[in-house]
Design a protein around this ligand. Sequence first.
Ligand SMILES: [Zn+2]
Length: 416
Amino acid sequence: MTASDIQTSFIFLLIASYTLQLWLSRRHIKHIQDHRAAVPAAFANKISLEAHQKAADYTMTRSKFGMLELSFASILLVIWTLGGGLQLLDDFMRSFEFSPILTGIAVIFGLGLISGFLDLPFTLYKTFVIEEKFGFNRLTLKMFITDTLKSTAIMLVIGLPFLYFVLWLMDLRDVSPYWWLYVWGSWFGFSMLMMWLYPAFIAPIFNKFTPLDEPELKSKITQLLERCGFTSNGVFIMDGSKRSSHGNAYFTGFGSNKRIVFFDTLLNSLQHNEIEAVLAHELGHFKRNHIKKRIFTMALMSLGGLALLAWLIDQTFIYEGLGVSQVSSHMALILFMLVTPLISIFLTPIFSLMSRKHEFEADEFAAENTDANNLITALVKLYEENSNTLTPDPLYSAFYDSHPPAPVRVAHLARL
Ligand SMILES: [Zn+2]
């Protein structure tokens, strides 16, 4: 293999993944447009035509904007690599003559800063134009700025030391052929630590979590938890309405730091029986070991990725093929992060399929432990309030969707 082979494969992968994503989005938009005129029969007496059309318009607007974002990101990727952007950044940071690790951190940090800055107009447009237009946005510009500053600070405090450590381990490759296993081990440990820290220490920096204290609902939930043999660190309400009117419920942390979190928006729109059913679904994910399976898959994927990185890291022609003239740990890391999505996109349908299978299983668990009809009415309310389309393109949905399309999911629940 030569540098020009790498270059050709890169361009081929980029065009293939770009075309595939664009094609799926266009199909999706056309399908929704074609089904915009009438509410699907299964939902005819549950969802109004107005809500159905709002969901269609909302989804189409976001998909169109997503295509623009994808095009911009693809052009940017070419500029960073073949266009010599990364090389320019590397040369600039090297001119300060820091130690190799500090140079690496400066390059990665610089890349993150520039990318974040270029991405800003898109984020702003999505929040303050699209979400605003459809009545979902509650974020003010001031809150947006505070959020951005907070997450940057967290990233610096937690991310920088870890990055330093990873680059240090990568530089051990002259003395140990197992450096990539050390990187994998520390990355895995770090992810676990973050999952454990997140609910109790990081999430509260952005939102307020108050323990659920409505007596009637609380006793219902306690009974359900006992029935399912589940211990947690509590059921909390999050002030999600501060940022958006989209509602959600999730399950976070592990070990002794497990929490069940309901958005206040969800609590306001659902009845107690429906909340119980949604919670039973979330418990289903836990009881059927979906969290463990997800962690295991993630560990396996990253092990494979790092083995690949270890194999490629000292091949000069790969760097040259991607527009970089000097081999270094940080450049290897950057190129790896930039190029893997072009390959992993083709694995998306497998992960989506696995996730949808888990959703069905969690729904089955909910049906065993509560009334499936409550989950159906809860889902219909959530589809309506979040403007989730009821008519996604089947192929698009099979490729991307982590949750089964609304009609399929409701039909499955109705059978249970
Ligand atoms: Zn679920």
